[in-house]
Design a protein around this ligand. Structure first.
Ligand code: AMP
Length: 112
């Protein structure tokens, strides 16, 4: 079981800021911006590469959850970044699909 599955199951504590039937949102333990929240589907999928072709709705729910939270905390207008890392070169370290919502400061684009 992954770390994020344990957070979903409340076996490991996290600062949970969003929850609905399908998605959990919790603060990243090592924040890279004033707002840095991870949104995960409750259904375990390793990453975007492991997604089934019939799982578009799962990703959509994660994106809409992050959008709702961004509006709630007042960063929708100033802007934010959503990131999903996949596998080694993508920098993925936890193999339960997650979306990083980053905001509260200007983002720069420095791939690598
Ligand atoms: P990634 O590198 O895209 O797989 O992102 C994994 C993220 O999980 C990193 O940004 C970590 O800081 C974060 N993280 C690791 N452990 C925890 C935890 N226990 N609670 C919250 N976030 C975590």
């Amino acid at each position: 079981m992954t770390l994020f599955a344990k957070i979903i199951n409340r076996e490991i504590p996290a600062q949970i800021v969003f929850e609905d039937e399908h998605v959990l949102g919790f603060k990243d333990i090592n924040p890279q911006a004033p707002v840095h929240v991870l949104f995960v589907p409750k259904l375990a999928v390793a990453n975007t590469d492991a997604l089934g072709d019939d799982q578009a709705e799962l990703v959509g729910r994660v994106v809409l959850a992050a959008r709702a939270y961004a509006r709630q905390v007042g960063i929708a207008e100033s802007g934010y970044r959503m990131v999903m890392n996949t596998n080694g070169d993508g920098g993925q370290t936890v193999f339960h699909l997650h979306l990083h919502l980053l905001g509260g400061r200007p983002m720069h684009w420095r791939p690598g």
